[in-house]
Write a protein that binds this ligand. Structure first.
Ligand code: HEM
Length: 163
């Protein structure tokens, strides 16, 4: 829903590819001439209802399916094939460990008051940032963001008692 790299990562066929006997580049039946840039925007891909029904709803259960399902092929936060992320395996290791330890040791929830609203969309805004329930990502080479601010404490007592 909010992958760190959501920009369009542009590609183009090398100018001399055809002279060197390589085949023309064809994407979805369209010939892409050398020098023409093309790309798939990962935000658009990850919010495509064809692959991720109800795409703006946080629903981890959507992944409790057969790993051959189309959504697994459409999920590409590290891009795919050549020039995909060299740190993918390391990132999964780090993120899995950090998530597992966090969930094991803490309960957490959104911070109270205005801090808890940092990063959410603004109702009525028509520039693409109007979805209040969506954590807003800014399009950069890597995504920038503000927040979220979370309040952690060792697990045990009830979370609602926090300020
Ligand atoms: C959650 C963490 C990460 C995400 C989501 C991520 C995502 C990406 C993406 C989308 C690209 C492709 C850029 C493009 O096509 O222009 C990329 C490339 C790359 N990433 Fe990562 N990355 C992550 C962490 C890391 C880490 C930890 C390392 C190194 C230890 C790393 C090293 C690289 C390198 C070297 C490339 C360039 C590969 C190439 O062009 O051949 N990444 N990454």
């Amino acid at each position: 829903m909010a992958a760190p790299s959501l920009a369009t990562l542009w590609r183009e066929q090398a100018a001399d590819d055809l002279e060197r006997g390589k085949t023309p580049l064809v994407v979805d039946s369209h010939v892409i001439p050398p020098g023409t840039q093309f790309g798939v925007n990962l935000y658009a891909l990850h919010h495509n209802e064809k692959y991720f029904p109800d795409a703006f709803t946080f629903n981890p259960d959507r992944w409790l399916t057969d790993s051959s399902d189309t959504q697994y092929r459409a999920f590409a936060p590290f891009v795919a094939r050549p020039r995909s992320c060299a740190g993918r395996a390391m990132s999964y290791l780090e993120v899995s460990l950090a998530m597992a330890k966090t969930l094991w040791y803490f309960d957490f929830r959104r911070a109270a008051g205005p801090l808890g609203e940092v990063g959410q969309g603004t109702k009525g805004v028509e520039t693409g940032f109007g979805n209040v329930d969506e954590f807003q990502i800014l399009d950069m080479f890597n995504a920038n963001h503000e927040g979220p601010y979370l309040v952690f404490r060792p697990r045990g007592d009830h979370c609602d008692e926090l300020d």
